[in-house]
Design a protein around this ligand. Structure first.
Ligand code: FRU
Length: 320
């Protein structure tokens, strides 16, 4: 063997050894991290225009951080059901390991969710329900219970009698229907009277417009029940412009720290009810399903709390 060849062979061996044991480049480290991610989860969010939805995605991302084996692919449907239907199809084509979806509306999302589920992909439905049973599990708070609690609270607060404006959330979504039906249960037998109950689609701007018409139609309004805090806040803004905010009690739902809870602290809302995003719970369950091969319950009901000026500093109070 010639010396030149030997040197060449040695060189190749040294280079190869360095390649294996040498310091990792940034690219290499990233690649390795990606390869460790065994599970790809598609997360379809119905919109990111509302603070509560941004919080849900944050909760999902935060919970997933602790699990390097999980890769979450976020999609934003920009409040369009057709776009969200497309998300589910894309996730199926990509062959994701699981889907988390917070649907905009019940009807249009029922079929795509069922199709994904029947194809064998675990589907976790978050916060707004779909019809039927063709999904792996549903995670969310009990909106009938929250609506009922809001009704009972106002009955007490108004001493059993008063004129109420209800600013509904999107009535083609389950939380809108449930928060309405629960509220009716809560005020049953009292002399609280709902004089106006427009659908505000969860939007503050629509709540302002609808409250303006309520204020011009009714000289006396005792309370506003907003299906979410942005609606209740919108109603307050409209009433304040007419100098009538002090005659009205405003109640909302969501209780985000920088939104509803803050409004209670500022005296804008009389009460807000916690509607947890379920983001963390969805990540926990996705792991239990994919990694531990657990069979999840069909429904996980998240707890709720009430925040008023009396209890807000102490962290609110659980509603049993
Ligand atoms: C955000 C939101 C929340 C509400 C929830 C109901 O899109 O409107 O304010 O509590 O959706 O699904």
């Amino acid at each position: 063997m010639r010396v030149g060849t030997l040197t060449g062979t040695l060189l190749v061996a040294v280079v190869l050894a360095m390649g294996c044991a040498g310091p990792k480049t940034e690219d290499g480290a990233q690649r390795e991290e990606q390869e460790q991610r065994q599970f790809v989860v598609g997360m379809s969010q119905c919109n990111l225009g509302e603070p509560w939805r941004q919080q849900m995605n944050k909760d999902v991302a935060e919970a997933a951080k602790a699990h390097p084996e999980l890769k979450i692919v976020f999609k934003d449907a920009q409040n369009k059901s057709e776009v969200q239907q497309q998300h589910v199809r894309e996730f199926m084509q990509q062959g994701v390991d699981a889907i988390i979806i917070s649907p905009k509306e019940t009807e249009p999302l029922t079929a795509p969710v069922a199709e994904a589920y029947r194809s064998g992909i675990p589907v976790i439905v978050l916060d707004r329900a779909v019809n039927g049973e063709d999904f792996t599990m549903f995670i969310g708070a009990d909106n009938v219970k929250i609506g009922r609690a809001a009704g009972e609270y106002l009955v007490k607060r108004l001493k059993g009698k008063g004129i109420v404006v209800e600013l509904k959330g999107l009535m083609t979504s389950e939380p809108g229907k449930d928060r309405h039906n629960g509220f009716l249960e809560g005020i049953k037998g009292s002399q609280l009277q709902i004089v106006f109950d427009p659908d505000c689609g969860w939007q503050e701007t629509r709540a302002i417009a609808e409250m303006n018409s309520a204020l011009s139609r009714f000289d006396k309004i005792d309370a506003v029940y907003g299906h979410n805090d942005p609606s209740a806040h919108g109603a307050y803004t409209a009433a304040r412009q007419k100098g009538r905010e002090k005659e009205i009690v405003f109640v909302g739902i969501d209780a985000l720290p920088h939104e509803g809870i803050n409004y209670v602290k500022q005296g804008i809302l009389d009460a807000t009810f916690l509607y947890p995003t379920g983001g963390k719970e969805a990540v926990d369950w996705v792991l239990r399903i994919l990694r531990n091969k657990e069979k999840p319950p069909k429904k996980v009901v998240l707890p709720t709390r009430i925040y008023t000026k009396e209890n807000v500093d102490a962290g609110g109070e659980e509603i049993p």
